[in-house]
Design a protein around this ligand. Structure first.
Ligand code: FAD
Length: 291
């Protein structure tokens, strides 16, 4: 059972970082608590105390500085889903946020917590990996910036140090002429198998896909870009045959990545469905053109 004096609620970032450093990284940052609180309550995680981040204005807000988009790490899924800036410039991220759990979880869960929790199927992380987003990490005396994909090193594991906080996430919006989308295979009552998600960004010039970014979640320890699938799309014109090539290659990639895992047969089939649905929308639907 945690004692009351194990709970700290600083009102500025420097104070928070000092408390964290003084505790020798023994306190656990608490954002929305949607992962952390159940884990502590259920005894899956033993911690010395909480460092509540909720009062830290330095970790809040969604901004476009004209070059890059900045998301404070405390940005909730609901804030992402309903942000006019994100809806217009980064629709796949708004879609990923909208796909999360229930309204309560979307109002409470944060993008920083989604990254630090390092779940294989973290929805906004798949979108952020496709966007090649970076995280700015701060400690009491130092700061660093690292690609999110480099921070994730296994299921539930990151290279974030116990004395560091994610301050913000930074990325460049897809270039003009891009279409992007996110899709997720939800949990079904009949199938107790982990979710799978996919994020795709394509940039078109004169009808040719000049740049593609494809990320997959829940087919490895953490969401990751898939360069083979990007290569299938780049230099090609959207067409039904390209779509079918992509679907077949997605099946091969999932088979390769999952090997003999029990979920492989199911996920090989499942990825064909989500890949076909998402690319149909991007190729032939009104797939969210970024202007
Ligand atoms: C019922 C339910 C449904 C869910 N559905 C989904 C879903 O559909 N998709 C999905 O992706 N996730 C889902 N989740 C998981 C969860 O909501 C997300 O992972 C969420 O983003 C966690 O954010 P949080 O702010 O609640 O983090 P917390 O629980 O507060 O923290 C999670 C971890 O991140 C660390 N942390 C948090 N913020 C920072 C920071 N700024 N710097 C450093 N470390 C930090 C904490 O110390 C902790 O280790 C669900 C959870 C529940 C309970």
């Amino acid at each position: 059972m945690l004692k009351l004096n194990d709970f700290f609620q600083p009102d500025n970032l420097q104070a928070a970082l000092t408390i964290l450093a003084d505790s020798g990284g023994q306190l656990r940052p608490l954002a929305g608590g949607t992962d952390l609180v159940p884990a502590v309550r259920q005894g899956e995680l033993r911690i010395k105390g909480f460092l509540d981040l909720s009062q830290l204005e330095e970790l809040k807000g969604i901004k476009d500085d004209g070059r890059e988009i900045h998301l404070g790490s405390l940005t909730t899924f609901s804030q992402l889903e309903f942000s006019p800036l994100i809806q217009k410039q980064v629709p796949l991220l708004a879609e990923a946020a909208a796909s999360v759990g229930s309204p309560q979880i979307r109002n409470q869960g944060t993008v920083g917590g989604n990254i630090a929790n390092a779940s294989p199927a973290a929805d906004t992380v798949t979108a952020l990996v496709a966007l090649e987003a970076q995280a700015r990490l701060v400690a009491s005396r130092v700061a660093r910036t690292a690609p999110i994909s480099d921070l994730l090193c296994d299921v539930g594991k990151t290279t974030i140090q116990p004395v560091e906080l994610i301050q913000e996430v930074v990325f460049t919006a897809p270039p003009p002429g891009s279409k992007s989308g996110f899709i997720k295979l939800g949990r079904r009552k009949a199938l107790a198998i982990a979710r799978m998600n996919m994020a795709v960004i394509i940039t078109l010039e004169d009808g040719i896909i000049t740049r593609a970014r494809v990320a997959l979640g829940a087919v490895g320890p953490n969401p990751s870009r898939n360069l083979t699938l990007e290569g299938v799309l780049e230099g090609q014109r959207p067409s039904s045959s390209l779509l079918e090539n992509f679907v077949s290659e997605a099946e091969r990639e999932v088979a390769r990545m999952l090997g003999s895992r029990p979920s492989a047969p199911y996920k090989r089939e499942a990825v064909k469905g989500i890949a076909r649905d998402l690319l149909t929308r991007l190729f032939f639907g009104n797939g969210q053109v970024v202007t």
